[in-house]
Design a protein around this ligand. Structure first.
Ligand code: UT7
Length: 309
């Protein structure tokens, strides 16, 4: 027994910033951003909008799809590095807003946070399979942007994605890894509070960890690449996704993408893409879905989940 996904939801910041907007602010071009990253626009929090609002919207969508209420939840886990409060945890703020009463806590695993959170949730199901868990990936990562740094400012967006998990055997395999590194992707408290990234170093880590993790979970799940129906990669750079398509030899139509309109939304990237793909009607019951994430830590993780709704 592991768990099954019962519902999905997502929400994006309501302010849209296009590449053209950046052309007016920075020494950059729509052409550079599109060809180097695949991004055309990204959504950020509007003035007065909070990460809690995005997370609650995503959570409500997932609960509604699952046919459940906040009172039905046994745990809320939120993966984030940009919570509205330093303390309490983002998950507790979400719990309050939703009117849930269960334990709630955050985890910080960068852009891999959602896959890490699925692994943590799986531990609760091992103890008691008759529970409901809300797992949220939520980041307002543009809060940590230096808007004068063209090498990071154009890459990111704010969003939240959520899933409700319940009794079942949908999760077939999962791996998480970390390779502690404070040089390639970091943001230091009380220093300058901006994200710094050695883009090419992270790119190299991303492509190697992604291919390694996907091969592992596919093998652990007892399936082959031919059995995989959908692959959801962390939406960090279209060139990383293209590399994955080429290296894995899986047809490109099996890789849904939304990076062109979202940018990199950190821990929200995979669950938000999942929700969009589910709501487009692309998933059929019994299909195999692979997820793969990588990010600050340096962390990475991947999972194989059989689609059951
Ligand atoms: O979610 C966390 C995981 N993050 C990632 O996976 C990100 C991985 N890395 C990347 O996606 C890419 O490395 C970037 C998109 C960040 C950068 O692309 P790149 O092809 O690796 O470019 P680069 O860093 O090698 O920079 C090439 C040039 C440099 O100029 P010079 O030194 O050749 O004169 C940069 O200064 O491009 C310049 N550049 C820009 N030019 C116009 C960097 N950013 C920009 C920009 N507009 N926005």
């Amino acid at each position: 027994m592991s768990f099954s996904i019962l519902g999905t939801g997502s929400a994006f910041g309501s302010r849209v910033i296009t590449n053209g907007d950046f052309e007016k602010m920075l020494d950059t071009s729509d052409e550079w951003i599109r060809t180097r990253t695949g991004i055309r626009e990204r959504h950020t929090l509007a003035e007065g909008e909070s990460l809690t609002q995005l997370a609650c919207k995503a959570a409500s969508g997932a609960l509604e799809m699952a046919g459940l209420t906040p009172q039905d939840l046994d745990y809320i886990i939120c993966a984030t590095v940009t919570a509205d409060y330093k303390t309490p945890a983002q998950a507790c703020v979400i719990q309050k807003e939703l009117g849930a009463t269960c334990p709630a806590f955050d985890i910080n695993a960068g852009c891999s946070g959602f896959v890490y959170a699925l692994n943590v949730a799986n531990g609760f199901f091992a103890v008691n399979p008759d529970i409901k868990v809300l797992v949220i990936g939520a980041d307002a990562i543009t809060r940590l942007m230096d808007w004068n740094d063209r090498s990071t400012a154009v890459l990111f967006g704010d969003a939240s994605g959520a899933v409700v998990l319940g009794k079942g055997n949908g999760l077939k395999a999962l791996t998480i890894k970390a390779k502690g590194n404070t040089d390639y992707l970091y943001c230091i408290n009380e220093k300058d509070e901006y994200v710094h990234m050695a883009g090419q170093k992270v790119f190299q880590f991303a492509v190697s960890s992604m291919v390694r993790d996907i091969k592992k979970v596919v093998k652990d799940a007892g399936i082959t690449f031919d059995d995989v129906d959908h692959i959801l990669l962390h939406q960090a750079n279209m060139r990383i996704i293209d590399f994955g398509i080429e290296k894995l030899g899986i047809p490109p139509e099996k890789f849904p993408v939304n990076i062109y309109k979202t940018g990199n939304t950190s821990a929200a990237s995979i669950p938000a893409l999942l929700d969009e793909t589910v709501r487009s009607g692309a998933f059929k019951k019994g299909e195999m879905v692979v997820m793969s994430a990588f990010g600050a830590g340096l962390t990475s993780g991947a999972a194989v989940i059989e689609w059951e709704i």
